[in-house]
Design a protein around this ligand. Structure first.
Ligand code: SAM
Length: 326
C-alpha cells in the first residue's frame, strides 16, 4: 500500500492530461505561454497503463486536470477507464468549464462523479480580465450542463487582491444559499517567474471570512474545522451548499497530504510546491515491464517531501501551475 516515509497514506493521483489551455488566467500563466509538443505528452495507452498500475498499488482516487483537460480528445475514454479500474473508487475532473456544455453528459455517462469548475467571478468583465480570454457565458453553460447531468459540483475561485476579493467573493458565496454546491476560495500560490505577482495578490482565508461575515453574519464551521480534502468547510446561515477555504499559504495542510501528481509529459511531481520529480516516461517508452514501473512509483511515494517550503521562502521554479495541474 502507498504509505510514504511519514506514514501518510498516499492514495490520490492527480493526472494532468495536457499542459495546454484555452484560457490564460493572469495568476496561472503568461499570455504568450508555449506548450509542449504532442509527442512529449503521454498517450492515452500510456495513461491507461499507469492508471491500472496506480489502482494495483493502492491508489483510490483519480482527478483529471491540466492545462485544460477537456482539450484532450481522449478524455471521456480515460475517465471510463479510470472508473472501471479495480481499486479506484473516486474519479473527478478539474476544468475551466468552457467546453463542459457539450461534455458534461458524456462524462457523466462514462462514470464521472464530481467536477470542479474554476470560476473566479460572476462579473463578466472581471471574469474576462482574470482569464484574459474567457467568456463567462460559456462557463455558466458548462455549469448548467454539469448540474443537469447530475455531477457533484465544486466551484473553485482563486482570489486576487483588489480584483475579486470583495463583491465577487460575496456573490460566489451567495450561490451556496440555493445550490448544494461547494464554493471554494483558493489562496494564490507562488511559482517561478510569476511568484512576486502571486505573492502580492494572495488574499488569506482569515480576511475572506471577515468579508463574508460582514455580509452574511457568522459562518458555521463544519466538522470542527477538520479538512475535507484540502478545504476547511463553513456554511452560510441557512445555506443548501457549503463554502470551502483552500489555504496552502496561510494554513498549510502538508501533514495530511495524500497526493501525487502526474504531469502531462509523464513526470511524477512529489509535492505541488517543490521541484522534486520522478520521470516515468523513459521507463514507459524504454520497454520497462509493469513491475519496474511500479517500483519507480513506490520509490517516488517513499521520497515524497514532508511539505512545501513557502515559509522558508522556497518557491518552485521548474514548472508553473498550468504545467502541473493544481
Ligand atoms: N484548466 C483547469 C481549471 O481551470 O480548473 C485545470 C487546471 S488549473 C491549473 C487548476 C486550478 O488551479 C484552477 O482552479 C486554477 O484557478 C488554479 N490555479 C492556477 N494558478 C494558481 C495559483 N498560482 N495559485 C492557486 N491556484 C491556482
Amino acid at each position: 500500500m502507498p504509505f510514504d516515509r511519514y506514514n501518510r497514506d498516499i492514495d490520490y493521483l492527480r493526472i494532468s492530461l495536457t499542459d495546454a489551455c484555452n484560457l490564460r488566467c493572469v495568476y496561472c500563466m503568461p499570455e504568450d505561454m508555449t506548450f509542449r509538443p504532442r509527442q512529449e505528452l503521454l498517450t492515452d495507452d500510456e495513461h491507461r497503463r499507469l492508471i491500472t498500475l496506480f489502482g494495483q498499488l493502492g491508489f483510490r482516487k483519480i482527478r483529471f486536470t491540466g492545462g485544460e483537460p477537456t482539450l484532450r480528445p481522449g478524455l471521456v475514454g480515460l475517465v471510463r477507464h479510470a472508473v472501471n479500474t479495480p481499486g479506484i473508487t473516486t474519479v473527478g475532473l478539474t476544468t475551466n468549464g468552457v467546453l463542459l456544455d457539450q461534455l458534461a453528459q458524456p462524462l457523466r455517462d462514462a462514470g464521472l462523479q464530481t467536477v470542479n469548475i474554476s470560476i473566479d467571478s460572476l462579473d463578466s468583465g472581471k471574469f474576462r480580465h482574470l482569464t484574459r480570454w474567457g467568456n463567462l457565458r460559456d462557463v455558466m453553460a458548462g455549469l448548467d450542463a454539469a448540474a443537469r447531468a447530475g455531477l457533484r459540483i465544486k466551484l473553485n475561485a482563486v482570489v486576487c487582491r483588489s480584483v475579486n476579493d470583495r463583491d465577487d467573493v460575496v456573490a460566489l458565496a451567495r450561490l451556496t444559499l440555493t445550490n448544494a454546491w461547494q464554493v471554494r476560495f483558493i489562496e494564490q500560490m507562488p511559482f517561478g517567474n510569476n511568484a512576486e505577482f502571486q505573492k502580492r495578490g494572495m488574499v488569506g482565508e482569515g480576511e475572506l471570512i471577515g468579508v463574508l461575515t460582514r455580509t452574511f453574519g457568522p459562518l458555521e464551521l463544519i466538522n470542527g474545522g477538520q479538512l475535507d480534502g484540502e478545504a476547511r468547510l463553513y456554511r452560510l446561515p441557512g445555506a443548501a451548499g457549503v463554502l470551502g477555504f483552500v489555504s496552502p499559504v496561510s494554513q498549510p495542510f502538508c501533514a495530511g497530504c495524500n497526493r501525487m501528481r502526474l504531469t502531462a509529459d509523464g513526470v511524477l511531481r512529489l509535492c505541488l510546491l517543490r521541484d522534486s520529480e520522478v520521470d516515468l516516461r523513459p521507463l514507459l517508452r524504454g520497454g520497462a515491464d509493469d513491475s519496474a514501473v511500479a517500483a519507480a512509483i513506490r520509490r517516488a511515494v517513499a521520497e515524497k517531501p514532508w511539505g512545501h517550503g513557502l515559509e522558508q521562502h522556497l518557491i518552485p521554479i521548474t514548472r508553473g501551475m498550468s504545467e502541473i495541474g493544481g
